[in-house]
Design a binder for this molecule. Structure first.
Ligand code: PXG
Length: 285
């Protein structure tokens, strides 16, 4: 079965799924996207992902060319058409083809593209033993320049931070905000554990409101773990007992070293393991 991609309102073989070179998504990064997961054929928190996609679109003043219900159906149908059970889904909405010029009003036809694929997880070793981060010199977007709440097609500063990480032998990199506070990683949110208390940066630190982040906050509260969304500094990271990242692709992954400093014991901690088990149970429900 050849891969089917959703574009222009229908499923077509992947080779036929093409966009115009005049699409402002390509020319200017003018568009938004979502990354979703399916577990056993069911899309995890589909409504929340679609809501965030529509909010991202609204924030960039892009009128979505279909209803939320149509989007649910398009995503589910794409997963089904590709026979994906445990997989990764990318939904992209571009401003559409226009003229060579920024003016979005010259783009008449926003493109909705949905791709479903099998998931490429981090190697098992990272889940068992944790991964290492460096702090990138590139900061997260200043909220007054482009809100980090928008999952836009402009990921360049995160990509530059990721390259810095890779050059240092790390698969992820920690990004600070314009105030020097801890924000998040290039494609994952960050949590710290100190004296049994779980803390993650607040939304106004300039981060994406991760769906996995929200799920972990809920699970922690249910488990009776003390939870806070409050500003964090690099110092807090260095003296934490545990650290972990959350993201749709990564799920929950322990962090055991940051800027060459071991976090806690230098091994994945008990709270991280407990929340990971709870998360696995949640996605299997
Ligand atoms: N922060 C940023 C900046 C992200 O882009 C997350 C946190 C985690 O959010 P969710 O809702 O997934 O828990 C993200 C999203 C990929 C990929 O293909 C993943 C993301 C972004 C772009 C690409 O691995 N993660």
């Amino acid at each position: 079965m050849s891969r089917q991609v959703y574009i222009s309102g229908k499923l077509v073989p992947a080779e036929q799924a093409t966009v115009s070179v005049f699409d402002h998504g390509l020319l200017y990064g003018d568009g938004v996207f979502e990354g979703l997961r399916s577990y056993q054929g069911k899309v995890f928190r589909l409504e929340q992902h679609v809501e965030r996609l529509y909010e991202s679109a609204r924030a960039i003043r892009l009128d979505m060319p279909m209803s939320r219900e149509e989007m649910f159906a398009a995503i589910n149908n794409t997963v089904k058409a590709n026979g994906i059970k445990d997989g990764y889904i990318r939904a992209v909405v571009t401003r559409g083809a226009g003229t060579l010029g920024l003016d979005p009003n010259r783009c008449s036809n926003p493109q909705v593209i949905i791709i479903a694929d099998t998931i490429a997880l981090y190697p098992k070793e990272f889940y068992d033993n944790g991964l290492e981060l460096i702090t990138a010199s590139v900061i997260r977007n200043h909220p007054a320049a482009l809100s980090p709440r928008i999952k836009s097609l402009n990921y360049l500063n995160n990509i530059l931070a990721k390259i810095e990480g890779q050059k240092a032998g790390c698969v992820e990199a920690l990004m600070l905000n314009h105030k020097g506070e801890v924000a998040e990683c290039t494609g994952d949110n960050i949590f710290l554990v100190k004296h049994g208390r779980l803390t993650t940066p607040p939304l106004d630190a300039g981060i994406l409101e991760g769906i996995t982040r929200n799920a972990v906050l809920e699970l922690a509260r249910e488990a009776g773990i003390e939870v806070a969304e409050s500003p964090l500094t690099k110092h807090d990271v260095y003296v934490a007992d545990e650290a972990f990242l959350t993201g749709t692709a990564a799920e929950i992954v322990p962090v055991v070293k940051v800027d060459d400093r071991p976090i806690g014991s230098g091994k994945p901690g008990a709270v991280t393991k407990d929340l990971t088990e709870r998360f696995h149970k949640l996605v299997r429900e």
